[in-house]
Design a protein. Structure first.
Ligand code: CP
Length: 307
């Protein structure tokens, strides 16, 4: 019998993942985490070339995909859009076909416009992994977030997760909501009205009006960055006002020590989060980053095995 496969031969959005897919990815991540600790080497992607194609800035996603691919013995290249022939008028699709002609089989793609990874997947025989597109999706972030909860609590089902902050501009929120619900968590949202979807019921997540009520209700506070680069002016009275009412404070956690804190990063400390929380025992922000490498190793291995 062949090894189990993911239901789709690419990764475009968290909403496509089944519970069986997620179990497979988590089991594979556990395997890599345990075996890497013992100093083992992996050759799952020997002979495969993976391109990092980032049109938006990134530290965590880009570096962890690069590290993950190298740990699996892949060759990696980094495409720099600002110094590429895109600047001479070459189209995105011609750029993809040019890179493809050099023998690249896997593409890790981040783009500011929603839908670019889907468009590229429809025009290549290679494998696209979405590393974040516009406000649409960031599936590997959702996977590493749920994996961090799974490793911390033993299961995701039944957990109460409150997502706090800039929800309307966040591809992380959309992907986390989809995946957490697939895995059976309860998800609520806490944000000022202008940072919530206009149709408040669109994601079927109850709204919690105040941070104090969110602390009372939640097992996990998943805090988001204010995405000022995607924000139209006038959406908030001021950053200070946002911080006063929706910034998560140290006192929220001393009141309920078992509460878990997560943030996808990068964090704007002093805006959405009190800096003192970075060393709080149940702050899992660095653990999320560490788990991101093993989740991405698992995905690259599962999606690259037949290349
Ligand atoms: N969480 C996240 O996507 O971080 P980067 O933008 O640094 O990749």
């Amino acid at each position: 019998m062949g090894e189990l496969k993911l239901s789709k031969p690419y990764l475009l959005q968290a909403a496509d993942l089944t519970t069986e897919d997620v179990k497979l990815i988590f089991d594979k991540s556990d395997y890599f985490l345990e075996h890497y600790k013992r100093g083992e080497k992996f050759d799952d992607l020997k002979g495969v070339t993976v391109a990092m194609v980032f049109f938006e800035p990134s530290t965590r996603t880009k570096l962890s995909f690069d590290i993950a691919a190298k740990r699996l013995s892949a060759d990696t290249i980094s495409f720099q859009s600002a110094t590429s022939s895109l600047t001479k008028g070459e189209s995105l699709i011609d750029t993809l076909h040019t890179i493809e002609a050099m023998g690249v089989q896997m593409y890790v793609v981040r783009h500011g416009k929603s839908g670019v990874p889907q468009f590229l997947q429809a025009n290549t025989s290679g494998v696209i992994l979405n590393a974040g597109d516009g406000k649409h999706a960031h599936p590997t972030q959702a996977l590493l977030d749920s994996y961090t909860l799974y490793r911390h609590f033993g299961a995701v089902k039944g957990l109460k997760v409150c997502i706090i902050g800039d929800i309307i501009h966040s591809r992380v929120a959309r992907s986390d909501i989809a995946l957490l619900k697939t895995l059976g968590a309860e998800v609520t949202l806490c944000a000022p009205g202008t940072l919530l979807p206009r149709n408040r019921n669109i994601w079927d997540c109850p709204i919690i009006e105040s941070l104090d009520d969110a602390v009372e209700w939640a097992d996990v506070m998943l805090v988001l960055r204010l995405q000022r680069e995607r924000m139209e002016s006038g959406i908030l009275p001021s950053i200070t006002e946002f911080s006063k009412y929706y910034g998560v404070k140290y006192e929220h956690f001393t009141r309920k020590p078992e509460l878990v804190l997560m943030h996808p990063g990068p964090v704007n400390f002093g805006v959405e989060l009190d800096y003192r929380l970075s060393t709080y025992p149940n702050c899992l922000i660095q653990t999320q980053v560490t788990h991101g490498v093993f989740i991405r190793m698992a995905l690259l291995s599962l999606l690259g095995r037949d290349l």
